[in-house]
Design a protein. Structure first.
Length: 70
């Protein structure tokens, strides 16, 4: 349904979507709509990745704050 509307819009006014940035708007809207529909497995994986990243970041900060020992 949406692609048909977009194609009609682009045929009627070819230059407008590029100039206004209207061509970019549907993609950002679709991304926002798709975010809540993640599967529980995806959510769990992202949570684990986020926790791992935080742990590594904390470790890196701790190491970088040490005084160099030569």
């Amino acid at each position: 349904m949406k692609p048909a509307v977009d194609s009609r819009r682009s045929k009627s006014v070819p230059a407008a979507p590029k100039g206004d940035g209207a061509g970019k708007r549907p993609s950002t809207n679709s991304q926002q709509q798709n975010q809540p529909r993640k599967t529980p497995m995806q959510k769990e994986r992202e949570r684990k990745i986020q926790a791992d990243n935080q742990r590594l970041l904390d470790r890196l900060i701790k190491i970088s704050n040490r005084k160099p020992q030569f």
